[in-house]
Design a protein. Sequence first.
Length: 274
Amino acid sequence: MGVVQLKAIFEKVAYEQKNTSGNIGNGYILSNDRTKCLVNTGLMDVYNNDIYVIDKTNSEKDFHRKEIAIVSSKAALVNLGFNRQDIKVMPGPIKFYDDKSSLIFSGTIDEFDLEDDYRLNHIINERRDRFPEEYANVPSDIICDKIKSAIHKAIKISSRDYKYIVPMYNLKTNKIQYLMPLHLDRSIDEAPELTIVIGERNGFWCVYTILNTDDAYDNARLLCRPDNTWLSANKDIDKSKCDTVEDDEDCIDSIDRADEAVGYECTLEGNTGD
């Protein structure tokens, strides 16, 4: 699991705690004094057991200052101050949606607000450095036409392949948004140069921003492992041009173990962004 995903999970847990009473919530359990938080990472180990981590600094808001450890057993949790009754049933993976139907994009081109100059200016001009270098001096109207064309094509293809437009979870709005490919000069059979982020607003679909495909993958990975041919992690991306929805930051160096008797390893890969 990447640090981006783990950071997002803890942000979601913090949001859930603000809106949930008691020590048991969506994907987590709190210790008796609420200073520690047990979280299901959504991963499984080599024995097909869920991998849990414990945040020993639950009140710390800065993810990179948190003290996080992998938990190996329920007995270890009791020693750490968790109620035995609370952890009889360990937390399931955190849910980022209430209805599975929200993971499938359903919309027509008539429902898109493509006349929103504010959003178009944000993508075309404010995020011009996210585009390939050869687009530095391309007129805005030409880029706008390519964006609109990409949206038309994505909607047409999604009516034949419901998985083509990929869902993602936006932690800032706590809503489901969607990712569609932006092919500027490449064929739709190739990987897109960029990814468009769209979301619903007052009954219309709006274009919010653009991401490189690597960051788009990270955002989509919170909900599921995307199996689309166009959305895959691209390790050759120039990270100085990232525009992530969640404002990814520096990675943490390591995660300690809460108990010495751990029968597996969990590796986190760093991801940075701007």
